[in-house]
Every structure is written in structure tokens, then in C-alpha cells.
Design a binder for this molecule. Structure first.
Ligand code: IMP
Length: 443
């Protein structure tokens, strides 16, 4: 079985959790490699809905091993809450969850700095989730961060904490006019969290190496999406981690030579939450229709998501940056009610039509999308499981999207639950995972 990376091909919220959940039974190990509790991966199992924030979605499958890699930033209180809530709902965490010693810790001053800097940013506000993820990664890069292993060494932890509290308090008080922190106020609770999490904290890169040597197959579960990547996204309106496929290696310690393929996940339309450019954003009735039918409200923050047409320029860029081998298209059924559906095939800027995703911030903000239109299919695709059962117009839409992105489509999701999934015959995923069709609920 190949080792596969799953990445968001848009601005996050593409439905990665569901796709990971559908293919997880075929993998031995599932790895989260970046982001933190800013993510919310929604998985519907039967009638139950789970929103996973830091724990890989593979946790819902007994017998899978789940890793929180070194590229993740861990808020211990939030992780413990998530673990306890899973256990209350009957999910076992016995010997199936491992946290990297090198993962950085989100400290109480990180959300405080996140909120303080956002409140003073005016029109430069990013619209973060307020979870402190950006400041935690900033400390990591500035080499003053605290890692999970540090929590287990009380003397070292205190030393690092004292330095950080001094530094952050000056920032909070003098620049942001905000509340400050005390070392003792943080030390006590964090040492308790450390005691609680200690059995799970380990050298996950070594574990992964050993398991892969022994033949285990690994699924890398990306969080957020390509357009939010620290290097390749719509900077500065991005998150602070490597959301693209390369992040799977740096965020786990698995070398690129061990990765066999990359699957991109995209909605049949597009959403973005928070500020920043979004060339195909819609207002008015169609945006409302997509938001309502797609239930486009943040799973972590509850914020309404901005909605728009699918952007083939952005998707082709995602295909290039991630080396996508195949695509999974989610929420096709949300478009069932549209009279026409549109695909962005170019950006009109200064009377020139750009067909490659530009790098300039000004163009993202000012370009006018150029659309191709396909008349809507106006019949329900909800719950369909066979590609041949899709209305002709829906198939035409998917085929054109695939042609424009230069990547084939393996999966189409037609609803939130596992069995509302179409596996395309002879597609890349069907070839990679021979047992996938038989593991989907029968037709
Ligand atoms: P941060 O990651 O909280 O710093 O937020 C930075 C940007 O990334 C904001 O626009 C957020 O809305 C966005 N963002 C962060 N996590 C997610 C996610 O899981 N889905 C969609 N957008 C996200």
C-alpha cells in the first residue's frame, strides 16, 4: 500500500476529514503534520458527528495508530479536552495515539498575543481563529518556543518559561496594552498537563521510521489548505504552517523518498474564512444559497464562510505546488440547486487574462475572474454512489474541472456520511487502494 498525503487544494474546509475517514481503513498509521487546534476536521460516523482539532481523524477507526507530528503546535488543554471527549463517546485511545516530543506547545500567551495583534491590525487584520497558532509558530522560528519534551523536564521548562513570560509581558503591556502573565500561573497547570500527556509523548519520527521499515502504510492528513500555506499561500492572509505536501515530510520526519502520492481535496465550489483575497467570491443570493446548502459555518469558530465559484486557476496552482496525483471533489450536491454553475478559468488584470496563479498580492485583490458557465443539472445528486448515476451536466462539470486542473478525479463526495461517496472506476485512488471499493458500503 502506498504512503499518501492528503492536502486541501483551496483555503481549507474542503472536507479532508471525510476523505481521510473513508480511506483510513486501508492504512496502518495516520499522521497530522502541521497546524493546531485552529483546524476542525468534521467526520460523520453513522448519526454521530465528530469534530477533530489536533487528533488525526484515524482515531475513529479501531486498530489504527495516530501520530501528532513535530510540525503540529499543540495546545495541551485543548488536546486533553479533545481526548476526554472522545473517550466519553466510546473512542479508545489505548496505545493508538502518539505525540511528537518535538511538537511545539501553544502557551497561554500565544492566544493573548494573537487576539491583541488582531485587535490592533485594522485593515491588515487576518481574521485568525484566535487560537494562538501564529504566535506559537513565530516562537518556533525565533527559537524561543517550548516543545512537548521540554514540558517533561521541569527545570528546563521553568527556565524557558521565565524567559518567554518576561519577553511576552513586555510586548503585551507596552505594545498592546493587554493583560500580562505570571510564571507560576502557567507552570502549575502546564506541569499537570505534562503529567497527563507524558505517556503519549515520544520520538514519533523514529516510530514512523521503524513502522515503515516493517511495512506499515502511512496516511498524512493535512490541515487547512494550499492557499493558506506560509510560503505558497496568499501571504500574509495565511496560516503559519506548511499546509502543502512538502509539510508532510518536515512535519513528520518522514523523507520525501518515502512518499508515494498526493491527493488534493477541493469542494465543487470554493469557500474561505477570515480575511484576504478571494477572486471568485460571490455576494447576494448565490453566496447565501451555497452557505445554507453547504452549511458553510466554521466548525471551530462558527464564523460564516465566504462562498464563491470554484477557481481552476487556484486548483491548477495547487496541483503544481503539491504535485497532486489525483483529486477528490466534495459537496457536489450543494450545487444541485444552481441554475448555472461557473468555473474560473482566468484572472483579468490590466486587460490581460492570466491563466497561471499570480504571486502578487495586488493582483489577487484586484483581478476580475473570467468564467466558463455550464447550465445547472437541477436534480439531486445527494447520496449518489455511482459516477454513471450523476446527471450529464454534473459529469460535464467535473470533467471540465479535471481537464482545467490537469488532474484526474478519483472520489466525488455527495453528502457528509461515509457511504455518500462515489469512487471513480479505474481512478488513481481505486488503483492505489485495491480494496477501497469493497470497503465502501454496498450500493
Ligand atoms: P490562524 O491559523 O488561526 O492563524 O488563522 C489564519 C488564517 O487561516 C485565517 O484566515 C483563518 O480563518 C484561516 N484558517 C485557520 N485554520 C483554518 C481551517 O482549519 N480552515 C479554514 N481556514 C482556517
Amino acid at each position: 500500500m502506498p504512503n499518501i498525503v492528503i492536502v486541501g487544494a483551496q483555503w481549507g474546509d474542503e472536507g479532508k476529514g471525510k476523505v481521510v475517514d473513508v480511506i483510513t481503513p486501508h492504512f496502518d498509521v495516520i499522521v497530522r503534520y502541521q497546524g493546531g487546534n485552529n483546524a476542525g476536521h468534521t467526520v460523520v460516523v453513522g448519526r454521530e458527528k465528530f469534530v477533530l482539532q489536533t487528533i488525526p481523524s484515524g482515531i475513529l477507526h479501531p486498530g489504527r495508530r495516530n501520530i501528532i507530528g513535530c510540525g503540529v503546535v499543540v495546545n495541551p488543554a485543548s488536546l486533553i479536552d479533545e481526548m476526554e471527549s472522545l473517550v466519553r463517546r466510546g473512542v479508545s485511545l489505548d496505545g493508538n495515539l502518539y505525540i511528537s516530543k518535538n511538537a511545539h506547545v501553544v502557551m497561554p500567551y500565544h492566544p493573548a498575543l494573537d487576539r491583541a495583534s488582531e485587535s490592533k491590525a485594522g485593515k491588515h487584520r487576518i481574521g485568525t481563529t484566535g487560537k494562538g497558532v501564529g504566535p506559537a509558530y513565530a516562537d518556533k522560528t525565533a527559537r524561543v518556543g517550548i516543545r512537548m519534551a521540554d514540558l517533561l523536564d521541569e527545570r528546563l521548562f521553568r527556565e524557558k518559561l521565565e524567559y518567554n513570560v518576561r519577553q511576552k509581558n513586555r510586548l503585551l503591556r507596552e505594545i498592546y496594552d493587554a493583560e500580562s502573565f505570571t510564571v507560576e500561573g502557567i507552570l502549575g497547570p502546564y506541569l499537570r498537563y505534562a503529567g497527563w500527556l507524558a505517556p503519549y509523548i515520544t520520538d514519533t519520527a523514529l516510530l514512523l521510521h521503524n513502522w515503515m521499515e516493517a511495512g506499515s502504510s502511512v496516511l498524512f492528513e493535512g490541515a487547512q489548505g494550499t492557499m493558506l500555506d506560509i510560503d505558497h499561500g496568499t501571504y500574509p492572509f495565511i496560516t503559519s504552517s506548511s499546509t502543502t505536501a512538502g509539510g508532510a515530510c518536515t512535519g513528520s520526519g518522514v523523507p520525501p523518498t518515502k512518499i508515494d502520492g498526493v491527493v488534493g481535496i477541493s469542494k465543487a465550489y470554493c469557500t474561505r474564512v477570515g480575511g484576504g483575497p478571494f477572486p471568485t467570491e460571490l455576494g447576494g443570493e448565490i453566496a447565501d444559497l451555497l452557505r445554507t446548502r453547504g452549511n458553510e459555518f466554521g466548525s471551530v469558530t462558527g464564523r460564516p464562510r465566504r462562498c464563491g465559484w470554484v477557481d481552476a486557476i487556484g486548483l491548477r496552482y495547487a496541483a503544481r505546488i503539491n504535485g497532486l496525483d489525483t483529486l477528490a471533489i466534495t459537496k457536489l450536491d450543494v450545487l444541485d440547486a444552481c441554475d448555472t454553475v461557473k468555473i474560473c478559468v482566468g484572472y483579468n488584470y490590466n486587460d490581460e487574462v492570466l491563466t497561471d496563479f499570480p504571486e502578487e498580492e495586488r493582483i489577487w485583490h484586484e483581478a476580475e475572474p473570467v468564467y466558463e458557465e455550464i447550465s445547472g443539472w437541477k436534480t439531486s445528486t445527494a447520496g449518489l454512489r455511482d459516477y454513471e448515476d450523476l446527471p450529464t451536466k454534473a459529469r460535464e462539470y467535473l470533467a471540465r474541472l479535471s481537464e482545467l486542473c490537469g488532474v484526474g478525479i478519483s472520489l466525488v463526495s455527495t453528502g457528509p456520511v461515509r457511504d455518500e461517496t462515489i469512487l471513480v472506476n479505474d481512478s488513481t485512488l481505486a488503483r492505489w487502494i485495491p480494496g477501497l471499493r469493497s470497503s465502501l458500503p454496498p450500493h
